[in-house]
Design a binder for this molecule. Structure first.
Ligand SMILES: NC(=O)c1ccc[n+]([C@@H]2O[C@H](COP(=O)([O-])OP(=O)(O)OC[C@H]3O[C@@H](n4cnc5c(N)ncnc54)[C@H](OP(=O)(O)O)[C@@H]3O)[C@@H](O)[C@H]2O)c1
Length: 268
């Protein structure tokens, strides 16, 4: 019988888009649990450097669960990676091998996303459609393709996509965004079924209206849209910490796979 192993401490985690609101909250949480982190950013160098400093401070102040004896420089890496570029993704994995001696992460959080809001199909150009699909969907396919061989070898892995309520047709963006996120859920369900017997779980968290993010800085930003706080049953935006709660649960719950968890304050 397969063993129960839900340990996060000491696992190597790759989180894409850690320079953004949700990615940073997830990174902070897994760091506090003693994970080793590989974080990516694309354009926000200042943000990732500042964030890295915060994580260093938490470690040095004893606020993380890392075992003693590790050097900080061996526990946390940041890399620039444009996820629309297959070459960049391949380079990221080559670096992982060089720096960590692992061909892939134990835990993959495919979070980075592009969300330029164009509500009407009439205004969505083919270029915008392709760009959206490449960053939000194709990149996750490539990341999984490169990450899964290592997980199969270890007979252990966790993959979590950050999808969206838009996958179900809702949300404030257009059909290109919805299609990219629905595609992620299809990818997730197929991989979950194919790899469950190899100790690899695959799930997604599908948030809606999470504040303090580049996509939704605050409630004012969505006033007058379907995501207006007036329309959210719980009466407020979600927090990035609440997304991290769901990710933590998924990472620590190896019996759960193939699920899309809607985190939407009651929006359907
Ligand atoms: N906020 C919400 O309410 C909400 C709701 C549903 C789903 N989501 C999903 O949550 C995820 C995180 O978004 P967020 O809300 O935290 O927004 P955010 O703060 O704007 O973060 C977006 C992240 O994605 C990265 N990114 C964008 N384009 C990229 C590219 N071409 N290559 C590599 N990285 C790229 C950004 O990197 P740089 O800044 O370094 O360029 C940033 O780290 C996204 O997948 C989004 O679709 C968010």
């Amino acid at each position: 019988m397969a063993q129960v192993d839900n340990e996060v401490k000491g696992k190597l985690v790759l989180i894409t888009g850690a320079s953004g609101g949700i990615g940073a909250a997830v990174a902070r949480r897994l760091w506090s649990l003693g994970a080793h982190l590989v974080l990516t950013y694309s354009s926000s160098l200042d943000k990732i450097l500042d964030f890295q400093k915060q994580l260093y401070e938490a470690f040095l102040n004893g606020q993380t669960a890392h075992d003693p004896g590790f050097f900080l420089e061996d526990l946390l890496f940041t890399h620039r990676c444009d996820l629309s570029s297959p070459t960049d993704i391949e380079r990221l994995f080559a670096t992982l091998q060089d720096m960590h001696g692992q061909s892939g992460p134990d835990i993959l959080i495919s979070n980075a996303g592009y969300g330029k809001r164009i509500p009407s199909i009439l205004d969505i150009s083919l270029d915008e459609f392709d760009k959206m699909l490449n960053i939000n969907l194709r990149a996750s396919f490539l990341l999984c393709k490169l990450a899964i061989p290592h997980m199969m070898q270890r007979n252990w892995g966790r993959i979590i996509f950050v999808s969206s309520i838009a996958a179900q047709g809702g949300g404030i963006n257009g059909c290109h965004y919805a299609a990219s996120k629905a595609g992620l859920t299809g990818l997730m369900k197929n991989l979950a079924r194919k790899h469950a017997g190899q100790g690899i779980t695959v799930n997604d968290v599908a948030p809606a209206m999470i504040g303090d993010t580049g996509m939704i800085p605050d409630a004012k930003f969505v006033e007058g849209t379907p995501g207006d706080v007036k329309n959210i049953p719980v009466g407020r935006l979600g927090t990035t910490d609440e997304v991290a709660n769901v990710v933590e649960m998924l990472v620590k719950t190896g019996y759960m796979t193939g699920q899309s968890i809607l985190l939407s304050g009651g929006l359907m």
